[in-house]
Design a protein around this ligand. Structure first.
Ligand code: ARG
Length: 458
């Protein structure tokens, strides 16, 4: 027996479990279209250099388009144990349609090593462009909400302890800029994904003078991979996307965690739409933020794929080794996870109801202790000293059980004689956020500028 594609030197068949262990058709069939387009480009270039005739090319093209139609109609029948991977499967079917004499010429000078790298790069490039669109949509929602809900003031936290008042828009934009950096990085990554391996052979290049530039152009690549050995060994384009997506998912996970906390009854800052929540099978009152928890949870699998695939590659000798087939499944899963996650995050944010009164109610006068210190700074007192004075006001408030903004002028004056009558004006959250008017701060002008800069990054 032996395999159609490489069986010439073999006399015995494969162990049945080895057949399954080796085959990738059940997942790499998603690459059917890229594989067919790549084959057409390859045959066209071989016809140009004269190693196959124009007539043979025309037959190959006709047959391959037929195969593509079968895939698209869901009529392609995979032959178990024969169709090892998508490349094998398409070629087997081509032979049945146009006859083996001509179909057998398609692979002239070609290796599956260059073929799989080419198919994966084309597929990934297209998927990443779709993801780029999802990410842009998400950022547009962030910018639009930030603009619309500018006047909502809420507590800002460090160590999850109340720190200083901020604008709700400022919180959204804090993540917005992380996602905008992800967008910049993505555009950079796409350039390196979108390079052609076609014409590199198994490892040593093409012996029939194939026009690599012509094929690259036909397939929409932005450039070539310049070393044939490197080209067939290179899965950095996958690794880089896994790394890129892992960081994006890390951002999404932190964002989700904030919103999970903000949606608890204890905080009550936001309410998730029904469309992104689920109930409990036991407790009728429950509304759980499953969308956010899945966003947080799925970041784990993104990191896992990244670490796992880097581990797969670390000890590999030069050029193609079958280990590299292990790049396909993480790539497919990762692209789905990242793509879905961005869209879910967008949906959550677009439908989220905020509770400005609850945010307002969670502001407490201690969050203005820094402003109290800053007041004295403006009177010329060194900040280290003002910090201490404000701290004594906090202590006085705690000891007397009087909120800091209700301490009398006399009480404050007792702490430090430099407090003037106008000290009362410090206890204003809106004023506090407006004071931070330097670029990147919480004032309306700063936040408005941030929105403009963010939009400029899209
Ligand atoms: N299915 C294989 C992969 O994904 C295609 C390349 C096979 N090449 C080989 N020399 N066995 O890596």
């Amino acid at each position: 027996s032996g395999n159609m594609l490489w069986g010439g030197r073999f006399t015995g068949g494969l162990d049945p479990l080895m057949v399954q262990y080796n085959e990738s058709i059940y997942f790499d069939k998603v690459l059917y279209k890229q594989d067919i387009l790549g084959s057409i480009a390859f045959a066209r270039a071989n016809a140009k250099s004269g190693i196959i005739s124009q007539h043979e090319f025309a037959e190959i093209e006709r047959g391959l388009l037929e195969v593509q139609k079968e895939w698209e109609a869901g009529k392609f029948v995979i032959v178990p144990g024969v169709d090892e991977d998508i490349h094998t499967a398409n070629e087997r079917r081509l032979g049945e349609i146009i006859g083996k004499d001509v179909a057998g010429k398609l692979h002239t000078g070609r290796s599956r090593n260059e073929q799989v790298a080419t198919d994966m790069r084309m597929w990934l490039r297209d998927e990443l462009r779709t993801i780029e669109g999802h990410l842009r949509d998400f950022l547009e929602v962030i910018a639009a909400r930030a603009e619309k809900e500018m006047d909502v003031v809420m507590p800002g936290y460090t160590h999850l302890q109340r720190a200083q008042p901020i604008r709700w828009s400022h919180w959204m934009l804090s993540y917005g800029f992380a996602f905008a950096s992800d967008l910049e990085r993505l555009r950079e990554v796409i350039k390196r994904v979108n390079r052609s391996a076609l014409g590199c052979g198994a490892l040593a290049g093409n012996p029939f003078g194939i026009d690599r530039d012509m094929m690259a152009e036909e397939l929409g690549f932005e450039g070539l991979l310049w070393n044939s050995m490197g080209a067939v060994a290179d899965r950095d384009f996958v690794t880089e996307v896994l790394q890129w997506g892992a960081m994006l998912m890390q951002h999404i996970s932190r964002w989700a965690e904030d919103l999970i906390i903000y949606s608890t009854a204890e905080f009550g800052f936001v309410r998730l739409a029904d469309a992104y929540s689920t109930g409990s099978s036991l407790m009728p009152q429950k509304k759980n933020p499953d969308s956010l928890e899945l966003l947080r949870g799925k970041s784990g699998r993104a990191f896992g794929h990244m670490a796992g695939f880097m581990m797969t590659q670390k000890g590999l000798p030069s050029t193609y080794n079958k280990d590299l087939q292990e790049s396909v499944e993480p790539m497919l899963d990762h692209v789905k996870t990242v793509s879905d996650s961005i869209q879910i995050a967008n949906g959550v944010l677009a439908t989220l109801a905020i509770q400005p009164k609850r945010m307002q109610a969670s502001l407490d006068p201690f969050m203005l202790a820094t402003d109290l210190a800053d007041y004295l700074v403006r009177k010329g007192v060194p900040f280290r000293e003002t910090h201490h004075i404000s701290g004594r006001c906090v202590a006085l408030s705690e000891q007397t059980g009087t909120p800091m903004n209700e301490l009398t002028y006399e009480q404050l004056k007792g702490v430090d004689a430099r407090f003037g009558e106008d000290i009362k004006e410090v206890f204003d959250y809106e004023k506090s956020v407006e004071m931070r008017a330097a670029r990147g701060g919480t004032s309306k002008s700063s936040v408005t500028e941030q929105i403009k800069v963010l939009r400029g990054m899209l």
